[in-house]
Structures are given as structure tokens and as C-alpha cells.
Design a binder for this molecule. Sequence first.
Ligand SMILES: *[C@@H]1O[C@H](CO)[C@@H](O)[C@H](O)[C@H]1NC(C)=O
Ligand SMILES: *[C@@H]1O[C@H](CO)[C@@H](O)[C@H](O)[C@H]1NC(C)=O
Ligand SMILES: *[C@@H]1O[C@H](CO)[C@@H](O)[C@H](O)[C@H]1NC(C)=O
Ligand SMILES: *[C@@H]1O[C@H](CO)[C@@H](O)[C@H](O)[C@H]1NC(C)=O
Ligand SMILES: *[C@@H]1O[C@H](CO)[C@@H](O)[C@H](O)[C@H]1NC(C)=O
Ligand SMILES: *[C@@H]1O[C@H](CO)[C@@H](O)[C@H](O)[C@H]1NC(C)=O
Ligand SMILES: *[C@@H]1O[C@H](CO)[C@@H](O)[C@H](O)[C@H]1NC(C)=O
Ligand SMILES: *[C@@H]1O[C@H](CO)[C@@H](O)[C@H](O)[C@H]1NC(C)=O
Ligand SMILES: *[C@@H]1O[C@H](CO)[C@@H](O)[C@H](O)[C@H]1NC(C)=O
Ligand SMILES: *[C@@H]1O[C@H](CO)[C@@H](O)[C@H](O)[C@H]1NC(C)=O
Ligand SMILES: *[C@@H]1O[C@H](CO)[C@@H](O)[C@H](O)[C@H]1NC(C)=O
Ligand SMILES: *[C@@H]1O[C@H](CO)[C@@H](O)[C@H](O)[C@H]1NC(C)=O
Ligand SMILES: [Cu+2]
Length: 584
Amino acid sequence: MASSIPFSPTFLVAFLLALISLLASPEFAIAAAGSVTRHYKFDIKLKNVTRLCTTKSIVTVNGKFPGPRIIAREGDRVLVNVVNHVPNNMTIHWHGIRQLQNGWADGPSYITQCPIQTNQSYVYNFTIIGQRGTLFWHAHISWLRATVYGPLIILPKRHAPYPFPKPHKEVPIIFGEWWNVDTEAVISQALQTGNGPNVSNAYTINGLPGPLYNCSKKDTFSLKVKPGKTYLLRLINAAVNDELFFSIANHSLTVVEADAVYVKPFTTNILFITPGQTTNVLLKAKPQYPNATFLMLARPYFTGRGTFDNSTVAGILEYKEHSNSSSSTSLKSPLFRPILPQINATSFVANFTSKFRSLASSKFPANVPRTVEKRFFFTVGLGTNPCPKNQTCQGPTNTTKFAASINNNSFALPSVALLQSHFFAQSNSVYTTDFPTIPPKPFNYTGTPPNNTNVSNGTKVVVLKFNTSVELVLQGTSILGAESHPLHLHGFNFFVVGQGFGNFDPNKDPPKFNLVDPVERNTYGVPARGWAAIRFLADNPGVWLMHCHFDVHLSWGLRMAWVVQDGKLPNQKLPPPPSDLPKC
Ligand SMILES: *[C@@H]1O[C@H](CO)[C@@H](O)[C@H](O)[C@H]1NC(C)=O
Ligand SMILES: *[C@@H]1O[C@H](CO)[C@@H](O)[C@H](O)[C@H]1NC(C)=O
Ligand SMILES: *[C@@H]1O[C@H](CO)[C@@H](O)[C@H](O)[C@H]1NC(C)=O
Ligand SMILES: *[C@@H]1O[C@H](CO)[C@@H](O)[C@H](O)[C@H]1NC(C)=O
Ligand SMILES: *[C@@H]1O[C@H](CO)[C@@H](O)[C@H](O)[C@H]1NC(C)=O
Ligand SMILES: *[C@@H]1O[C@H](CO)[C@@H](O)[C@H](O)[C@H]1NC(C)=O
Ligand SMILES: *[C@@H]1O[C@H](CO)[C@@H](O)[C@H](O)[C@H]1NC(C)=O
Ligand SMILES: *[C@@H]1O[C@H](CO)[C@@H](O)[C@H](O)[C@H]1NC(C)=O
Ligand SMILES: *[C@@H]1O[C@H](CO)[C@@H](O)[C@H](O)[C@H]1NC(C)=O
Ligand SMILES: *[C@@H]1O[C@H](CO)[C@@H](O)[C@H](O)[C@H]1NC(C)=O
Ligand SMILES: *[C@@H]1O[C@H](CO)[C@@H](O)[C@H](O)[C@H]1NC(C)=O
Ligand SMILES: *[C@@H]1O[C@H](CO)[C@@H](O)[C@H](O)[C@H]1NC(C)=O
Ligand SMILES: [Cu+2]
């Protein structure tokens, strides 16, 4: 027969399975050895969305703002088919997922992949290993994550209990920022003029700015609870440029997990969370039905010099009288309002962040590297680039543009992806391996800044041998204002072994490091006018971006990459790229 269609029984079974899978979309699962494969389809499309009485067309996933939840269990494989229907280039980052030997699915544009261009698609294929809790996903190209983000929830393995009382319900609370104008225009104009970009018009909770803004009452997030029940709030800071304080009136919160790692529980009335961080908290509802409404508020922490969005998002916590009472939101008086710290409450931030400790139990040990093979000292902060000759700029002076750097290097994005260049040994014209491991010109980092604030630029990386244990001191600078910088590391969690104000002292500070139960995270705010010391084990071969999670600083160059070489064993090597990896 000329056209032989293989109607073998195995083919039929495979065909039927594929058919069932398609029918069960958008999400379906196939059991395989206890863990399952979860399929998602992300259609990148434009959608008109109205907030603050302003309608604009935004880039979304599946027309949703914020985007859809990804839910999986520890051990599951996740396949997300991203199809780009918009004029913009797109990539998606699975923020905090370790991506062991799987950098091809990490997502940062021009680092691990070329963008998914208009009418192209790419299947992100990753397995969740050794992580459970709350993470999130977001676009990782230009400022598109302003509207392209959503929760990534990792449940523990089946029959694996939480190390805290089982909550009655779990509720994602994702903070964001809303601009009345197109954010792509905001950043492109800022990079052109050298000025700081325009700030957002509102903060949001689950996409809603709440009643404290004009024309926004109907867009208020409401959390309805039953007396006596415990709720797990999965807090995610997906804001573009702002660290936030958060509090719920007359209710305390017990922190139990951060960045998908369990922590020693502690109770607080006020939370602090940087962009890129996630925090799970338990909220215990009052035992008796209170005839009142409780506001939840979030507003920024800011110590810099420029302008910032100094506004407050509000949601409400209300009690359900009866389980079948109507779901309509009604503000009952009295209305209680929480008190948040001052905008510049640096001592509160230091106090709060130092309360996070690894559980460090036999089941969930803190595998902090005890010995260090490579030490690095990186300054992180702002700086300037000279204004092009025939242009007047609006940076700190009319002859400079704002920039940002690590060790005075403002990282220039290449026009091809670093990971491919590395894998195919074609790095020559793409990047150099001379990223400075110490500041090129030491100065009083937190004192009076040097007169010359110009930074250098280049696509420079640090190369690490497989399994190197690394200690990295991140030193904030006071150049053009001392700010906290939330540093995010791709491909690894790190342990925060120490932090302090002023300049790091290599003699006095290391003896005080916590090597017993330091918090394990993927993002940490380097203190304003201070430093943080982190340790990680470079056990994941690939190219891994590290950057400030304020998009404004990221765009200005506060980023660098680690190249981790393959190990000797087969399971220590980066496999070849998937066949559908986008090309530049
Ligand atoms: C958004 O609204 C504009 C103006 O009404 C319209 O032209 C456009 O087609 C809409 N876009 C979408 C994605 O609905
Ligand atoms: C996902 O990755 C696994 C491991 O590399 C591979 O076996 C599988 O075929 C991939 N699935 C798809 C749909 O690409
Ligand atoms: C709650 O208080 C309002 C007045 O503030 C009152 O009208 C209402 O009956 C009260 N409801 C309950 C259940 O106590
Ligand atoms: C921020 O706004 C509050 C009012 O909500 C005001 O009191 C405060 O001065 C503002 N702070 C700055 C630094 O603009
Ligand atoms: C914070 O801001 C207030 C009001 O602007 C100012 O009085 C205070 O000195 C500042 N505190 C710090 C620690 O900078
Ligand atoms: C630090 O936290 C402790 C315990 O919560 C509290 O008693 C203390 O007042 C805090 N200090 C500052 C400066 O906020
Ligand atoms: C300088 O100005 C000329 C003429 O306006 C323009 O064509 C050129 O692109 C400018 N150069 C730079 C570096 O901006
Ligand atoms: C730039 O600023 C300097 C000093 O303030 C001023 O003298 C000069 O005229 C400005 N140049 C332009 C092109 O605005
Ligand atoms: C650095 O500057 C700070 C703040 O001005 C000052 O207190 C400190 O003494 C300076 N350190 C050195 C080594 O000069
Ligand atoms: C920096 O500039 C100031 C004021 O112009 C000057 O007094 C000082 O000597 C300069 N410092 C250095 C290190 O050049
Ligand atoms: C990078 O540095 C080079 C040489 O110092 C300079 O010509 C170029 O304009 C810089 N690029 C940016 C984006 O600042
Ligand atoms: C999209 O990415 C490709 C590949 O890097 C690039 O050539 C193109 O200019 C980009 N397009 C847009 C609209 O940014
Ligand atoms: Cu920053």
C-alpha cells in the first residue's frame, strides 16, 4: 500500500490519549509515576482594560489581567505553550523555579533565549524539583511584565502535609502597578531622554487599585472570611519598581514560607515585600463575627532621590455572616484602617527582614555552604552615562543619562542569547568573561560619592566551575541616592548569611554570619546604605542572570550573568536546546 497509516494498537492508544488531552484543555494531566504533567496554553493577546476611568490596550495572557494561575505539585512537569499574537516580542520567566539543567526554559530575553516573535510559539517545559509554596511567572522582556504576570502555586506532594495547620482556604494576593499610559512608551522615552521614567498611577491587589483612588471604588479586592477559620494568603510582589509595606487592620499575620521555602513561623502586623519576593502568611479570622470592615493596605518603601508613586492600594477583609449570605460587597461600619510605617522606614525593613529564618529541620534542612571556594564583592547602585554629543539629556544633569551598574559595569544586552552562545561555544563576539569580581576603583560606598559617576558598559560574565560554593557580598552605594535594591538570582536559591548598614567590613562582619538557619530565597533587598552577604552552590550548569528586580534599574543595566560550566557526570551537564527554541 502506498500510504500506510500505522494503525497499530500502540499508535491508537497514543492517538486517543492525545485527543483526550486536547479535549481537556486548557489544563489536563496525565499520571506518570506519582507525578503528573500539567499542560497550559498561554495566548499572548491584546485586551482593552479599564482602571481609574482610563481604558487602554494591554498585553495579556489569555485576555486576563492579572494572568491565569499555574497550579502544580512538587515533582510535576509543567508544559506551557506560549503563542504570541501581539506585535511585541515576548518571553516568560518562571520566577524562582530552579530549572535544574534546564536553562532553556528560564525565559529572560537574550540571556537564555531569543524572544518569541509575533505569530511564533515556544513550549516551556520544566519539572518542579524540591520546591513547594508560592512563586509567580512574568514576562522577561522590556517592561511587559507590568501587565503579563500571574501566580505560580506549587502544592506539596500528595500526602505531604504543610509544616503548619492546614488552612481552610488559600488565596493568592498579587501586588502590581497600573499606568494610565503605555509602559513600553514610558521606558523607551526614559531611555531616550536619560530621565527617570514616569511613575505608575496606582498600585493594585489582584489587578484592582481599590477605593482610595479616584474612579476606582468598584475595582476593589475583597477577601471574604468565616469567623474562626484560618486562611493561607499567598502574597506576591509583582510590582514593577516598588518595594511595599502591607497590613490588614486589626489582624496579625504569621509568616510561614518565603520564595517557596518554608521558614520558622513568626507573627507580625506589617509585612515588607520586594518585587520578585513571595511570602505565604496565615491569617486567623476572629472567632466571633465582627460587624465591621477591615481595610488591607499596601504602599511603597522608598529612600531614593527621584519621584515615586506615593499612593496606597486598599482592599477589604469582610466577614461572612452565614456561609450562604450574598456575595455582594458592603462596607460595614466601623471601618478599621491599618497603620503602615513611614515611607522611608529603613529600620523597620532591617528589623523585619532579619526575622526570616530557614526552618532548618531534618525534613527541610538549610543546606548553606559551610566553606567557600570563590568570594565576590559587588557594588550595586546608580550611575550615569554621558549624553550623546548632539543631544540634550534629562539625567541628573543635562549632559548625562541615568544608568545603573554592578561593580561599575552597566550590563549591555547582546542581540543573541547568551545560553546558545555558551552551549555552542560561540561566545567570542557575544560576551567576555572578565566581569569585575571586586570594584574596579574602591571608594567610600556609603559615604560621599565620587565626583565622576559615569559607569562602563559591556556584556561581561563570571565563569564558575560546576559545584563551586560562592560567597557574594552585595554592597549598596549612595551614588545618586541610597536605595534598597532587590537582587534576584536566576537558577538558584541563595542563603542570606549576613546584612548590615554602612560598608561591609571583611574582618569584623564574616564572624557574625549565620550559617545555621539563614533564610533561603531567590530575591533579597540589599539594604539602603548597607550590604547583604549571600552564599550559593553553583550546582546548575547554564547561564544565569542576576539583576535588580526594579525594572527601571534592570533597564539601566543593574544586571550580570553567571556562566556555570558542566560537571563531569551526565546528570551535571546542560542538555541541547529544544527544537522549538526561538531564533534571533
Ligand atoms: C480596544 O478598543 C479600541 C477602541 O475602541 C478598538 O479599536 C480595539 O479594537 C480594541 N482592542 C481590543 C483588543 O479589543
Ligand atoms: C519535555 O522535556 C522532557 C525532558 O527533556 C522530554 O522528555 C519531553 O519530551 C519534553 N516534552 C515536550 C512536549 O517537549
Ligand atoms: C451591624 O451593624 C449595623 C449598624 O452599623 C446594623 O444595622 C446591623 O444590624 C448589624 N448587623 C449585625 C449582624 O449585627
Ligand atoms: C506621601 O504621601 C503622603 C500622603 O499620603 C504624604 O503625607 C507624604 O508627605 C508623601 N511623601 C512623599 C515623600 O512624597
Ligand atoms: C524620613 O522622612 C521624614 C519626613 O520626610 C524625615 O523627617 C526623616 O528624617 C526620614 N527618616 C530617615 C530615616 O531618613
Ligand atoms: C523590631 O522588632 C521587635 C520585635 O517585633 C520590636 O519589638 C522592635 O520594636 C522592632 N524595632 C524596630 C526599630 O522597629
Ligand atoms: C545626531 O543628530 C543627527 C541629526 O539630527 C542624527 O541623525 C543622529 O542620529 C544623531 N546621533 C546620535 C548619536 O544621536
Ligand atoms: C545645561 O545646563 C547648564 C548648567 O545648568 C546650562 O548652562 C546649559 O545651558 C544647559 N544646556 C542646555 C543645552 O540646556
Ligand atoms: C564613609 O562615609 C561615612 C558617611 O559619611 C563616614 O561615616 C565614614 O567614616 C566614611 N568611611 C571612611 C573609611 O572614610
Ligand atoms: C569633587 O568635586 C569637589 C567640588 O567640585 C572638589 O572639591 C573635590 O576635590 C572633588 N573630589 C575629587 C576626588 O576629585
Ligand atoms: C558603552 O561604552 C562605549 C564605550 O565606552 C560607549 O561608546 C557606548 O555609548 C556605551 N553604551 C551605552 C549604552 O552606554
Ligand atoms: C524581536 O526580536 C528580534 C530578534 O531578537 C529582533 O530582531 C526584533 O527587532 C525584535 N522586534 C521588536 C518589535 O522588538
Ligand atoms: Cu535596583
